[in-house]
Ligand binder design. Structure first.
Ligand code: ZN
Ligand code: ZN
Length: 409
């Protein structure tokens, strides 16, 4: 298949399996400007699926950088709330949401971390109402990726630019199953397999997960009425979507006060344009009380100091070490891919879909149930082929869940 044919299949997969655009629905896309050829194909498939209006907001990284180089100090406490409020209004009106990522993972690594943190805080605060509609699944949504020269350079620094870009596209098509004969059918089968896994986990009602491995001895308590999710999700508008392409994880809600022990990250974390490597932290009663990193500790500290919930967990996810993303052997420097290469945890905001009846609960009730709340949600990888995980049942029995990074049962 030619690149154009693969790109077209990927676009169709995004519209049909990712978003599952409904007849009469609007679609709101955000994308890097380098994604124009992909967005054009997605737009065609969205209209073919019956979309009434497809609107794309493009982002240019050179302009992001210009702000750090030339922007006035007050710039870093400013965010386009008017734009985000408009997005929230679109979601309330039923628009589907497609996010296309492909940013340079190291774009802001040379910039003042204080300014980066301020800009992120301003943005997160302004974006929150729109984000809550997305994370609360008010509408069908999906995040996919687009290979860009800067991202490809960070993944394949040793290759000439054109070869690196082609290699990243090949990896994207492979990891998303877009290169198979029937990508949409392949996603249906994959979703079914993930559903079988979540059904089994939901039936076990574990009260905690126990992790053991090099530099890791961690217990993560789960909220009592937790729900394991993975693969396709049914949004509250009734549409079944695949929120992440690719996705290999099953995930649920940790209790914000019941995490204890030490854990070491198994891959570098790319956060808002900087790399954090060799993270080791200790939790006490759910909170990070000690943090170390070989590189980027300053950025990591600022991240977990964003607010009260930023030093507590909002997600715990299990991914077998043999996942296609892990098998690719590539470190993508991008969470959408890397989180599907290894079991992970996320500090910050919890997902309502992981707590039974969360939509009928007040903020206080959710917090009392153990749901974490924060402006941030950042995943980091703690799984590898050397990690063993047990599920602890209500009576305290520990059952093997993963051994050497693979499902044990
Ligand atoms: Zn996850
Ligand atoms: Zn996450």
């Amino acid at each position: 298949m030619t690149h154009d044919e693969l790109l077209d299949r990927y676009a169709e997969l995004t519209v049909r399996a990712g978003l599952n655009v409904a007849k009469g629905q609007e679609v709101l896309i955000t994308a890097p400007i380098e994604a124009v050829p992909l967005v054009r194909r997605i737009t065609v498939h969205a209209y073919k699926a019956g979309a009434t209006l497809v609107t794309t907001l493009y982002n240019d990284e050179q302009n992001t950088l210009a702000r750090y180089v030339h922007g006035a100090d007050a710039s870093f406490d400013t965010a386009p709330a008017w734009l985000f409020n408009g997005m929230a209004e679109a979601f309330r009106g039923g628009a589907a949401r497609l996010g296309i990522i492909g940013e340079d993972p190291a774009l802001l690594s040379g910039q003042d971390t204080e300014k980066v943190a301020r800009a992120n805080r301003a943005r997160s605060t302004a974006y929150r109402p729109a984000l809550e509609l997305i994370t609360g699944f008010a509408i069908n949504w999906c995040i996919i990726s687009c290979a860009t020269p800067a991202w490809a350079k960070s993944v394949f620094p040793e290759l000439p630019p054109a070869e690196g870009l082609a290699a990243l596209w090949r990896a994207i098509f492979k990891c998303t199953r877009a290169d198979l004969a029937d990508p949409v059918g392949a996603w249906e089968a994959h979703s079914k397999a993930l559903r079988a896994r979540t059904d089994r986990l939901n039936a076990r009602r574990y009260k905690a997960l126990k992790y053991r491995g090099p530099g890791t001895d961690l217990t993560i308590g789960l909220v009592d009425n937790h729900i394991w999710c993975g693969g396709a999700s049914t949004a509250r508008n009734g549409i079944v979507c695949n929120p992440n392409i690719p996705s290999e994880e099953v995930f649920t809600m940790p209790h914000r006060e019941r995490v204890d022990g030490t854990v070491s990250a198994t891959k570098p974390l790319s956060y808002q344009g900087s790399f954090i490597e060799g993270i080791r932290v200790r939790f006490e009663n759910g909170r990070i009380v000690e943090a170390h990193a070989d590189k980027g500790l300053d950025v990591f500290r600022k991240m977990i100091e964003t607010d009260e919930g930023a030093a507590r967990l909002g997600e715990v996810a299990l991914v077998p070490h043999s996942s296609p993303i892990a098998a690719s052997g590539i470190i993508f420097n991008e969470t959408l891919f890397d989180e599907n290469a290894a079991s992970h945890i996320a500090v910050g905001q919890a997902y309502s879909q992981n707590l039974r009846n969360a939509h009928e609960m007040s903020k206080e009730q959710k917090q009392a149930a153990g749901a974490n709340s924060s402006l941030i949600h950042v995943d980091w990888m703690i799984g590898s082929g050397q990690i063993d995980i047990d599920g602890v049942t209500a009576d305290g029995t520990a059952e093997p869940l993963m051994r050497q990074g693979e499902w044990a049962a």
